[in-house]
Design a protein around this ligand. Structure first.
Ligand SMILES: O=C(O)CCC(=O)C(=O)O
Ligand SMILES: [Fe+2]
Length: 304
């Protein structure tokens, strides 16, 4: 058991993630946080209908909007070691990271092995050049060999996600509440079969490149009336921030303007540029520009 929380050696975990595609951080958060979260989510686990479709699986349940369902969710979403790891993994390909989802998953007795997959395949961009996502599974019940512990396939990430070779044997994430199971968007993984008599529960928190469409629509999950009660860093993480340049703006301004008391009806659009763009722009107009031709309304080009 992980009664004590161990200081996390983030650099070591980062290297493990890069090398193997996943890492497990024992005791990343106090057990009590996960126990309180599990208590708050218990009614939703009971009432939510079973999933439909062969990917999710008809013996599983899933629901989102966890930050609106439990005050303890923010502690999990903002776990400092995980945020540091997410920044390290994703910063090379974005200006800022975003929360991709919070999702509670219940794997009920009788659930078969899930189809092994890579979560990055929800996006259609070029793969293998950078990571899209860091996912974290937080057990809310113990994960055992027979109740559906997550299966992780080592060294199937990065460039290897592009090749079709037979994956190596999976490793089972046998874990306890408080432990964090971290894996890259490019890592092959799946929920295990539940051949036990009790349900396996977890919370998934995922962080993706800030310019992607998130899996869970965060602005609908947490509209301004809800998000204004979050600390500013959490509101920014769920999308109340622009990704430079100018992406995700509201009337040309940072969408966090909607979290204030009085939102003016008319707003001035304000540049939100990357430092490189701001520098380029600052240099523009200093030298005389040369005109090489003109285009008339019929589209004819007069080269001079
Ligand atoms: O619940 C799990 O262990 C993994 C679930 C999963 O990978 C998914 O639904 O994408
Ligand atoms: Fe997955």
């Amino acid at each position: 058991m992980n009664a004590a929380v161990h200081p996390v050696d983030v650099q070591h975990r980062y290297e493990e993630l890069k090398e193997r595609g996943f890492c497990i951080i024992p005791g990343a958060l106090p057990v009590s946080v996960l126990q309180d979260l599990a208590t708050d989510l218990a009614p939703a686990f009971e009432r939510t209908p079973f999933c439909q479709g062969d990917f999710y699986g008809a013996r599983t349940k899933r629901f989102g909007r966890i930050l609106a369902r439990s005050v303890h969710a923010a502690t999990v979403v903002q776990c400092p070691a995980i945020l540091t790891l997410a920044h390290q993994i994703l910063a090379p390909a974005c200006d800022r990271i975003q929360l991709n989802l919070t999702q509670a998953i219940g794997i009920h007795p009788g659930a078969p092995d899930q189809f092994p997959h890579r979560d990055q395949d929800m996006w259609q961009g070029v793969k293998g050049e950078h990571e899209y996502l860091l996912n974290v599974i937080w057990p809310l019940t113990p994960f055992t060999a027979d109740n559906g512990a997550t299966r992780l396939f080592p060294e199937t990430h990065g460039q290897r996600a592009l090749t079709d070779t037979t994956p190596p044997p999976a490793e089972l994430a046998i874990c306890q509440p408080g432990d964090a199971i971290c894996f890259l968007g490019s890592t092959l993984h799946a929920a295990g079969a539940n051949i036990a008599e009790t349900e396996r529960r977890c919370l998934v928190t995922g962080y993706s490149l800030g310019w992607l469409k998130p899996y869970e629509n965060q602005w609908l999950a947490y509209p301004p009336a809800v998000a204004r009660n979050f600390p500013p860093e959490l509101a920014a993480l769920i999308g109340y921030a622009q990704h430079r340049p100018n992406l995700g703006n509201y009337e040309g301004q940072c969408p966090s303007v909607l979290l204030g008391d009085d939102v003016p009806e008319y707003l001035a659009a304000i540049d939100a540029l990357t430092p490189d763009q701001a520098k380029m722009l600052a240099g523009y107009g200093k030298a005389p520009s040369s005109v090489t031709g003109r285009i008339d309304p019929a589209g004819r080009v007069d080269d001079r």
